[in-house]
Design a protein around this ligand. Structure first.
Ligand SMILES: Cc1ncc(COP(=O)(O)O)c(C=O)c1O
Length: 478
């Protein structure tokens, strides 16, 4: 009896010891994982940035807490109401002739009525005069003639949908040809790609592709990418959508190129992809793609080159005789396409300097094997086999047709000419700012179509120059 009792208590003792050991093991495992995560984070972002991130996070939490207090809540709601009204006044067409149509009309309206109503909306809000080149960025207009071509192609393929290639084989063919033409422009004859709805979707798809590739090939389950601080917000958006951690690395204040040493320090076993732009959105500069490519090849990670904005300008600079920059060596274009070792993907927006209809872009990969990771296939869906290359299911075949038509209409010669005239204009602006306005300087050495300037005044104020800049920007734009 005594021996049974002692063996029972011995067993429960050893069970509780086992339980304690498991608990301790689990605790050590979690502690180790979190320590490793923290180490990687600090290694990538630096101690100072990490501390300021923690400080910012705590401040935000405190502010949110304060805003929940009833008195603060009422004040915030009042201010938000004012801001909303302000935005509405700025953006929503208003006026005596504008009627808000919040119900379906009982009877369908005629084309004349619809166009007249649109006229009223356009007239009541005096939007920027983009048709005459009076707006910087935002609009990429190839001219009235190309608009007609696009509308004709759109009309013809209005209801087409490449989700059903058996019904619309012409659309599938046009999409494949658009991708092939872009791959050729970016010097990759063995590559692959797909069309998407715009630069953001191209970038997000490339992130997904590299994430799934790294999971399959390297077993990465906590993916991270490394981007320059000048990279487009689409990378942060993709990170938020896809559960990918984004490390943002500062750019050099003079060259505006990402700091390669810092990029190298941020690479770890979870890194799936590096990013560089040719050219970036904020100031039109180009990252050191050759340097990034060498890092990508050395650490066996992807390198996405964002040419969404460079699109149909950067591939033509060499042929236009503008890649070498000016006599002082400014505005020089460095290698950026698939000829650079380590580049695994490039995004190129047809709806920017390709002058195709809005809602089109191309994402390209070094080879078809990498592209495979972009696709989504559900073979046993109750509605039949579902296969789709990008975020959307149904896609507008009309936009593909419009893009194909625009590219056929422009041709190599058309894009070469547009590259020459746009870049010459940008460089004239940059040169005039440099030589005639002491208070301003050009950020970096932008090789293509975007020029950004800042104040050289110590307090960062610009006293006299905006009117002068506007007047000669206006002249150059003509
Ligand atoms: C460099 C760069 N990347 C990505 C994008 C995103 O393109 P989209 O607005 O077509 O989504 C832009 C847009 O201006 C851009 O300039």
């Amino acid at each position: 009896m005594l021996s049974t009792l002692s063996s029972l208590s011995g067993r429960s003792l050893s069970r509780s010891t086992l339980y304690e050991n498991i608990k301790t093991g689990l605790f050590v495992y979690i502690l180790l994982r979190q320590t490793l995560k923290a180490k990687r984070h600090i290694q990538a972002r630096g101690l100072f940035t990490t501390i300021s991130e923690i400080h910012r996070w705590i401040s935000q939490e405190v502010v949110l807490l304060v805003l929940r207090l009833p008195s603060a809540k009422a004040k915030v709601e009042e201010e938000m109401g004012k801001a909303k009204l302000d935005i509405e006044n700025q953006l929503v067409p208003k006026g005596p002739n504008v009627v808000r149509h919040l119900y379906l009309p009982q009877e369908g309206q005629s084309l004349e009525w619809i166009l007249a109503e649109m006229d009223k909306m356009d007239q009541e809000k005096d939007g920027a005069d983009w048709r005459h080149g009076r707006i910087s960025g935002a609009v990429y207009h190839g001219g009235d003639d190309i608009e007609k071509i696009i509308v004709a192609a759109y009309q013809r393929y209005c209801v087409s949908n490449p989700l059903h290639p058996d019904i619309f084989p012409a659309v599938r063919k046009m999409e494949a040809e658009i991708v092939a033409m872009c791959l050729r422009m970016y010097n990759n004859l063995d590559g692959a790609g797909t069309m998407t709805s715009g630069g953001t979707e191209s970038i997000i798809m490339s992130m997904k592709t590299h994430r799934d590739w790294a999971r399959e090939v390297k077993g990465v389950t906590e993916p991270e990418i490394i981007i320059p601080s000048s990279a487009h917000a689409a990378f942060d958006k993709g990170g938020a959508y896809l559960g990918i951690k984004v490390h943002t690395i500062p750019v050099d204040p003079i060259t505006r190129k990402v700091n390669l040493k810092h990029v190298k320090r941020a690479i770890n076993s979870n890194t799936i992809m590096l990013v560089g732009s040719t050219i970036n959105f904020p100031d039109g500069n180009q990252d050191d793609i050759v340097g990034l490519g060498a890092l990508a090849a050395r650490y066996k990670v992807g390198l996405h080159v964002d040419c969404c904005l460079g699109s149909f300008i950067v591939p033509f600079l060499e042929k236009a005789g503008l890649a070498g920059g000016n006599v002082q060596g400014k505005y020089k274009l460095e290698p950026f396409d698939f000829r650079v070792k380590g580049v695994t993907a490039i995004s190129c927006d047809t709806h920017k300097y390709g002058f195709s209809p809005k809602g089109t872009s191309v994402v390209m990969y070094r080879d078809a094997e990498l592209r495979r990771h972009q696709y989504y296939v559900l073979p046993d869906w109750s509605g039949g086999v579902y296969a789709s290359p990008s975020l959307s299911g149904s896609r507008p075949g009309a936009l593909i047709a419009g893009t194909w038509a625009a590219m056929q209409y422009m041709g190599d010669k058309g894009y070469l000419e547009s590259c020459r005239s746009i870049v010459t204009c940008a460089r004239t602006i940059a040169e005039r700012i440099t030589t005639s306005i002491d208070e301003l300087y050009i950020l970096g050495s932008p090789p293509a179509s975007v020029v950004a300037f800042a104040s050289s005044h110590p307090q960062g104020t610009i006293n006299v120059s905006i009117a002068a800049v506007q007047s000669f920007v206006g002249r150059s734009a003509k």
